[in-house]
Design a binder for this molecule. Structure first.
Ligand code: PLP
Length: 438
């Protein structure tokens, strides 16, 4: 390899005066130091992109032997692997090479029709131009934000809110304004206040993003009355509502609360849902149902994002729907997660010191813990990891910089005895940091 003059000079500087051999200078570490910087070539949006706090945290906490309440994933124990094996064999047998061809950007026609029927069974009526399949709801959120947001536009989000969504909105250079959440749902006075404040400054509020059922991260589910009132407020403010509903079918108590979309008589709700949490996220299939003019633009944006989804994944989902496997799956996994939720709530009750509060989610995968005011959940990571337990601190879920004393725990990953032991360890860590406060 040959080095330019500048690179050679740098090699001498980096070799602290000693002239490095060509071999040393070409070593990967030094070679990186010699490479040109591409920073100035990055777009303004990319310059602001950061790995999410959760990803950074995962590297820190995913160590062997650690009991983890951190991941935002469904348990692989729930994946119907044997059914997938049979369905995949049948898809290849029946469709041969055709199964591996590109498909339409909007998705396989037969799956689009089946999804419309599936949604109709939950009270969501749609016409074909209002439905599109995406590679996970995450892609849906990215596309929604690409077609609706100009830099500086306002997106209203919950406090706290799903980080995958706020990252997608941030990538479109949205300005995010947080609206308070309580145990009944969105604080609608705060919504009106935030909306008024943003529009008074001459900014355009493009939409409100909500996860009304068993929210990630808080586990909160909006009451029916609050859902109705939210739609009324949206009408009054002329707001588009983006409803993200990956957890609605994971309810543990009574019948599910109606989706905003099923209550929407005006066409002001754009609805996203996904098969990730009830079947398996590896099938990367989700859907958007919304106003035709927005869905048409999403289709165009999707074409440049990935041409189309996976025809194999979509055929597997179609077979699952046709065989009634998805309904079977829901009936099987609800008691599975309910047992784990119960174990986590009972353990928190038994072990946590006074002054610590938590939500009692009626579904989904998450419990949200609030430490006494003034405690910092990020600072608790080190003592918690030393005790052998991990969680996600809540601060990064708040777009307004609050929430430092909160944390997200999932009961999805560990088995019941491990959940009990993990909560004992976490309580020990909390007590060790808070003796003077509690
Ligand atoms: C609220 C919410 N929306 C969307 C997603 C994305 O899911 P997927 O892309 O697998 O459909 C997740 C994943 O955790 C989520 O929690």
């Amino acid at each position: 390899m040959s080095l330019t003059g500048i690179e050679l000079a740098l090699a001498i500087v980096l070799g602290q005066g000693r002239r490095l051999s060509l071999g040393e200078a070409a070593s990967p570490g030094l070679y990186c130091a010699l490479m040109p910087s591409h920073e100035s070539r990055l777009s303004a949006a990319a310059r602001e992109m950061r790995f999410s706090a959760i990803r950074r945290m995962s590297a820190l906490i995913e160590r062997p032997g650690i009991i983890s309440f951190a991941p935002g994933q469904p348990s692989p124990e729930t994946f119907p692997v044997e059914a997938f094996r049979q369905i995949l064999a049948e898809v290849v047998e029946k469709e041969s090479a055709g199964a591996f061809q590109y498909i339409l950007t909007r998705g396989l026609g037969s799956l689009l029709a089946a999804v419309a029927e599936y949604a109709a069974a939950k009270g969501i009526r749609s016409k074909p131009p209002e439905v599109i399949l995406t590679e996970g709801s995450q892609q849906g959120l990215d596309l929604v934000s690409r077609v609706l947001v100009d830099p500086g536009d306002v997106v209203l989000v919950e406090l706290p809110s799903y980080i995958g969504a706020t990252s997608a909105f941030r990538a479109s250079r949205a300005r995010m304004a947080g609206v308070r959440l309580d145990e009944e749902g969105l604080d609608l006075d705060d919504l009106r206040r935030r909306h008024r404040a943003e529009t008074a400054e001459g900014r355009k509020v493009k939409f409100l993003y909500v996860v009304p059922s068993f929210q990630n991260p808080s586990g909160i589910s909006h009451s029916v009355a609050r859902r109705r009132a939210l739609l009324e407020a949206a009408r009054e403010l002329d707001l588009l509502v983006v409803e993200d509903d990956p957890y609605g079918d994971l309810y543990f108590e009574e019948d599910p609360r109606p989706t905003l979309k099923s209550m929407d008589e005006e066409g002001r709700v754009l609805y996203l849902s996904s098969f990730s949490k009830i079947l398996a996220p590896g099938l990367r299939t989700a859907f958007v149902i919304g106003p035709e003019e927005i869905v048409a633009k999403i289709e165009i944006a999707k074409q440049s994002a990935n041409l189309c989804g996976s025809g194999v994944d979509q055929r597997v989902i179609l077979a699952c729907l046709k065989r009634g496997l998805i309904e079977e799956q829901k009936a099987r996994i609800r008691p599975y997660y309910r047992g784990k939720r119960d174990a986590m709530l009972a353990a928190l009750e038994a072990d946590m010191p006074r002054g610590v509060r938590w939500t009692r989610p009626a579904g989904g995968l998450f419990v949200w813990v609030s430490l006494p005011e003034g405690m910092d959940a990020e600072k608790l990571i080190e003592p918690a990891v030393a005790e052998g337990v991990a969680y996600i601190p809540g601060g990064p879920f708040f777009v307004d910089g609050t929430g430092a004393n909160t944390m997200r725990l999932t009961f999805a990953k560990e088995d019941i005895p491990t959940i009990q032991e993990g909560v004992r360890r976490l309580a020990r860590a909390v007590k060790s940091q808070s003796s003077e406060r509690l």
